[in-house]
Structures are given as structure tokens and as C-alpha cells.
Design a protein around this ligand. Structure first.
Ligand SMILES: [Zn+2]
Length: 380
């Protein structure tokens, strides 16, 4: 008999409390989860680690996004395959009125709130917790809602009763987990050439990737990141009133400007992608098509966003240039007969600097909406 693959999960309690009712429930639930999964999926060797981090006060509502990010960090640090982040707080919903859990298959992480489960009957609470966890893990493993088992949409958490995954969904999950395990082994023995891999993943279905990028309306990024754009514009304003910057801008050759702009946009995209957890959409494990695709969509969205930032700053610089009195400009650039076309060159130079400055100073943190749409499978 071949050796069973290990599937290693983390159960992360992120509540700053030592209350027995919170901690022991979570710890018992992590043990129960291990038993339940071993029972339903005997093809694998299951391990569920319980970790308690005193991270968030158990009061008020929490946004799921930082919880997902915390989960990803811990997942990488502990070499887990999947992680469930549990909080006793309510979760802030974006699209729905109310949410009790957020699964993210892209991050292989799920966030779960115990706020709405039965408090007074520990046995019922454990049952509901188990069903909710299985529902979220189901999404993380890529299965859809159906009308039996844990994938029934849990509209009323009080009514959840324990049921295993129906056989057809068990098969899908086994396939998925085996695929991941195999790929992990493959990676240990063979180095993937990632550039080639991304190239292939893009050409496998370029149309749907582009449709997804358009769906995020990346041209609105400079406006959604209003603080970043404003900060960049203010620093540009100082440069726009500096004679040396004008002299340099109007004297740059168009070819250098084009090259500089392309490099600036690529560098800025890379910086924003790598700077935040965006690049850590699942660790290097599993060159799964789905994840690679998500990464391509993220990079494409940021890239288009940076191009629009460049355009906004270009128009802004051009406007300031037009508004400045010609006599002053001529003195600054030390050309008596100023060609207004030179303003375009200068504006391109300014926009290029602005994009670089913006990328170094900012990130997508302010734009939770984009991240949420990229990473959340649903609000349960
Ligand atoms: Zn669901």
C-alpha cells in the first residue's frame, strides 16, 4: 500500500483572551476537525495544529481581510497547507448584510466567526462550528454549493446539523488534494521555470483573464487610492515649480521618455505586487492553474492601474504647465522661443517620476475593495 499523503491544517485562534469558554472550545474543535476529516477522507493522513495568538480584542467587529493576511503569514511560517482563522468577534461584511465566515481559495485560508453560534449548548455549538468549518474548507478546496451535506448555504447557523460531504463531493475533494500533494512532490524533484509557466497559463485562456481584469475597473485605481494619488500630485507640484526639473524634462529625448515610462510602470507594478501580501497568494506550493490565473489577474490589474496613474499625472502636469506664464517657463528652461509641444515631454517626465514615487510610497492597503474581490470566494 502506498504511503498516505499528509494534509496539514492550522487552526488559528486570533483572540486576545484566556477565557476558557473561548480557548477550550477552539482547541476541542481543532481536534474534532482532525477526527472528522480522517473519517471522511481516510485516503490521507490528517493533522490539525491548534495555535492561539493574542491578536485581536474579542470585542467589536473585525474586517476579514487582515485576518486572512494573518492566516497566510502563519500558514507560511508553520508550513501548513490550509488554515482556518477563528475569532469570537462578528465579521464586517462588504457585500452582504451579515457574514459568519469568509473562505479564500486563492489564499488557501478561511476566516470564521463564532459570534452567531449557540452559546449555551456546547454540544450544539461544536456541531455548528464543525459544519461551518467544513463549509468554508469546501470552498477553499473548490467545491460548489449543493443541497446536501456541508455545502448547503448556512443561512441560519443555529440550524446547522452535522452531515458528511456527499460521495460525489468527496471524490472532487480527494482529487483536488491528491493533485496538490502530487504537485508538491513534483516540485521537490523538478524546478519549474516559472516564467514559462506563467506564459502558458496566460495563453491557456487569455480572454477570460482579460475579462476579469476589466471587471476590476483598474482605470479607477488612481481614484480609489485617492490618498496615494493626492500625495504623489503634491510632491509633483513641488517639482513642477522647480526650474531644474523643467530644464531636464524638456530636454529628454522621446525615446528615453518612452523607455523610462515603461520601466517605471513595470517597476511600480512589481513593487506593489511584491510589497504587500498580494504576491503570497498561496506559497510556491502548487502551480495550480487557478492560483496562477489569480496572480496573473492581480498583476494585470495593478499594471493597468499604474498606466492610468501615469495618465492622470501626465494630464495634471500638462495642466500646470499650461497655467504657468510663458515668460517664466522660458527663463526656467532657458529657451527663448518655447515650443508648447515641449510641455508634453515634460509632463511625461513628471508622470514617470510620479508613478515611481507613488509605488515606493503607497500600496494597495487603502484599497481593500479590490483585494476583497480578488480573494474572497464569498461571504458565508
Ligand atoms: Zn458557501
Amino acid at each position: 500500500m502506498p504511503q498516505k499523503h499528509l494534509v496539514h491544517l492550522g487552526w488559528l485562534l486570533a483572540a486576545d483572551t484566556d477565557k476558557q469558554s473561548v480557548v477550550s472550545v477552539s482547541e476541542t474543535a481543532s481536534e474534532r476537525l482532525e477526527e472528522t476529516l480522517a473519517q471522511q477522507f481516510p485516503h490521507f493522513h490528517w493533522r490539525v495544529d491548534f495555535v492561539h495568538r493574542h491578536r485581536y480584542a474579542p470585542k467589536g467587529s473585525l474586517s476579514p481581510l487582515p485576518l486572512l493576511e494573518l492566516g497566510v503569514q502563519e500558514k507560511i511560517a508553520n508550513h501548513w497547507d490550509y488554515v482556518v482563522v477563528v475569532v469570537p468577534n462578528e465579521l464586517l461584511a462588504r457585500e452582504r448584510v451579515h457574514t459568519i465566515g469568509v473562505p479564500s481559495s486563492a489564499l488557501e485560508t478561511a476566516v470564521l466567526s463564532t459570534a452567531n453560534l449557540s452559546r449555551h449548548d456546547p454540544a450544539r455549538q461544536m456541531e455548528q462550528l464543525m459544519m461551518l468549518t467544513l463549509h468554508l474548507l469546501g470552498h477553499v478546496w473548490g467545491i460548489e454549493h449543493c443541497d446536501e451535506g456541508p455545502m448547503i448555504p448556512p443561512e441560519a447557523p443555529q440550524k446547522l446539523c452535522y452531515e458528511p460531504f456527499p460521495p460525489f463531493q468527496q471524490n472532487i475533494i480527494v482529487d483536488r488534494l491528491e493533485e496538490v500533494a502530487d504537485q508538491r512532490l513534483e516540485e521537490q524533484t523538478r524546478q519549474w521555470n516559472s516564467a514559462v509557466f506563467y506564459w502558458r497559463a496566460f495563453w491557456a485562456d487569455p480572454k477570460s483573464i482579460l475579462i476579469d481584469i476589466v471587471g476590476y475597473a483598474p482605470w479607477l485605481l488612481p481614484f480609489r487610492m485617492a490618498r496615494l494619488t493626492a500625495a504623489t500630485a503634491v510632491s509633483l507640484l513641488i517639482l513642477l515649480l522647480t526650474a531644474e526639473a523643467w530644464e531636464m524634462g524638456v530636454n529628454l529625448s522621446p525615446s528615453r521618455l518612452v523607455l523610462g515610462t515603461v520601466v517605471a510602470i513595470i517597476v511600480a507594478t512589481g513593487f506593489i505586487f511584491a510589497g504587500k501580501n498580494l504576491g503570497q497568494i498561496s506559497r510556491e506550493v502548487g502551480w495550480r492553474e487557478q492560483l496562477t490565473r489569480t496572480r496573473l489577474v492581480v498583476v494585470g490589474t495593478i499594471l493597468s492601474g499604474m498606466i492610468s496613474l501615469w495618465l492622470v499625472l501626465f494630464l495634471f502636469s500638462l495642466l500646470v504647465g499650461w497655467l504657468l506664464p510663458e515668460a517664466i517657463l522660458s527663463r526656467w528652461v532657458q529657451i527663448n522661443d518655447l515650443d508648447r509641444l515641449m510641455l508634453f515631454r515634460h509632463a511625461a517626465f513628471m508622470a514617470m517620476l510620479g508613478v515611481l514615487a507613488g509605488a515606493l510610497g503607497g500600496n494597495l492597503e487603502e484599497d481593500g475593495a479590490i483585494k476583497a474581490r480578488l480573494f474572497f470566494d464569498e461571504e458565508t
